[in-house]
Design a protein around this ligand. Structure first.
Ligand SMILES: [Zn+2]
Ligand SMILES: [Zn+2]
Length: 427
């Protein structure tokens, strides 16, 4: 039996078992549905609709797809084949935070690449091949607690630094879900938000990412060889930046030094770091007392201060996948469905459950995305078909690293993960 047939049967059995408790998205029959089947070379089928959740459930039991999606948009005719005929009624605001799109330090351990041009290989997330400068790679992108924590932290930042204080969004209108792989989704379901067009959505995205912040507007300027810092009375970003500066200045010296040197944050050379650390206490006093607004650190020009502030923005801004939030015709993974590249469940989480949520080793059965655990300690014999695989820690147990051709015997849930990832085959 080929791997797909086996996994598809597992998915079917799962949907059968969960039939009575399968999640239902709001305004169900106004949503467009889409899916990706198991057959290779078949792309997404979309423009589908289901009259009610029972019809969907029956469909999943009969024909469990590899991936299942529904629209953030609401349409009077969700199954119309052309967008223009769907009678668009509005769209939830959707945020996708996925570590595929940004650097995390753990990728240097577990994301493997091979250059398609020259065959060079390595770890991490290069833009171009260090050997031939080619930009096409075969990649094995993996998952670990650390990158999932980074993604969770971004969701937390988004909600507590922006959506609640700056946009006044009621937490009851936010739906959070673990994506089933390397990130989280957030959906805001409110009448006001549903009316926003793409341009207005782009403005929100720009604001929370902090990418286009103009420091001069926030008060930073140079007059008579003096640098005036941010204006205290400003709210929004200015206030967040000042709070963050105070927070990092209160860090132990070594921690602050490492942050200032870190190329992914401030990226200062040792000379500027030393100067900054020498003036740290004075600077902290100046900004906490707020008597004067002149920022003076030896060697720090306006350009250096902007570099410093950009580092602060990196800490505060949210890394989100912009096109997903801007495009009003996107489909996102359906809650409760299975992710065909991991076998994990797309798991909805309440805001108050988020801090303790641990996708790769969740103790609360109801929230556990790893659904294929065997009660009878069932194991499978598999052969690795990918060149190399990194260590995987799942349910508190570590597996690997593995190399091509290796024959392994692993628990059911991990075997399903490897088969979905297409890096192993049954023997
Ligand atoms: Zn190369
Ligand atoms: Zn990781």
């Amino acid at each position: 039996m080929n791997e797909y047939t086996y996994i598809k049967r597992l998915f079917q059995a799962y949907y059968q078992e969960k039939q009575s408790e399968f999640p239902k998205v709001s305004l169900f029959n106004l949503r467009e549905f889409g899916l990706i089947p198991w057959e290779k070379k078949v792309f997404m089928k979309r423009h589908m609709s289901f009259d009610n959740p029972d019809v969907l459930s029956n469909y999943l039991i009969k024909d469990a797809p590899r991936h299942l999606y529904s629209s953030g948009s609401l349409y009077l005719k969700p199954d119309a084949q052309h967008m223009n005929n769907k009678e668009y009624q509005g769209c939830d605001f959707i945020i996708d935070i996925d570590v595929d799109h940004f650097y995390t330090p753990c990728k240097d351990q577990h994301d493997l690449w091979i250059c398609k041009e020259c065959g060079n290989e390595g770890v991490g997330m290069p833009q171009t091949c260090p050997n031939c400068k080619g930009s096409k790679f075969t990649k094995v992108s993996w998952v670990c607690d650390q990158c999932l924590d980074v993604a969770k932290n971004e969701i937390n930042k988004l909600i507590s630094n922006f959506l609640i204080p700056d946009f006044g969004i009621d937490e009851k209108k936010m739906k959070i879900a673990f994506s089933g792989h390397r990130g989280y989704h957030l959906k805001i379901e409110s009448e006001d938000i549903r009316k926003l067009n793409s341009e207005e959505r782009r403005e929100i995205v720009d604001y929370v990412s902090g990418k286009n912040i103009n420091f001069e507007i926030l008060g930073l300027n140079e007059r008579f060889n003096r640098i005036n810092g941010l204006l205290e009375e400003n709210i929004g970003w200015s206030q967040k930046i000042m709070k963050k500066i105070i927070e990092i200045l209160n860090q132990p010296k070594q921690v602050l030094e490492n942050m200032l040197l870190d190329k992914n944050l401030f990226g200062f050379t040792p000379f500027y770091v030393r100067s900054f650390l020498n003036y740290k206490v004075d600077f902290l006093e100046l900004i906490t007392k707020g008597e004067r607004n002149v920022w003076a650190i030896e060697g720090f020009s306006l350009t250096k201060w902007k570099k410093f502030l950009r580092g602060i923005i990196t800490l505060l801004g949210v890394e989100l996948d912009e096109p997903v939030s801007i495009d009003i015709h996107r489909l996102i993974r359906y809650p409760g469905s299975l992710h065909g590249k991991t076998g994990f469940k797309v798991q909805e989480i309440e805001l108050n459950e988020l801090d303790d949520f641990n996708p790769l080793d969740e103790s609360n059965e109801k929230l556990d995305p790893i659904v294929f655990k065997s009660k009878k300690n069932l194991t499978h014999k598999l052969e690795i078909v990918e060149n190399k695989l990194p260590i995987t820690t799942i349910k508190g147990e570590s597996f690997g690293p593995y190399v091509k051709g290796e024959v392994i015997e692993v628990p059911h849930h991990f075997a399903v993960f490897l088969l979905c990832k297409e890096v192993a085959k049954t023997i």
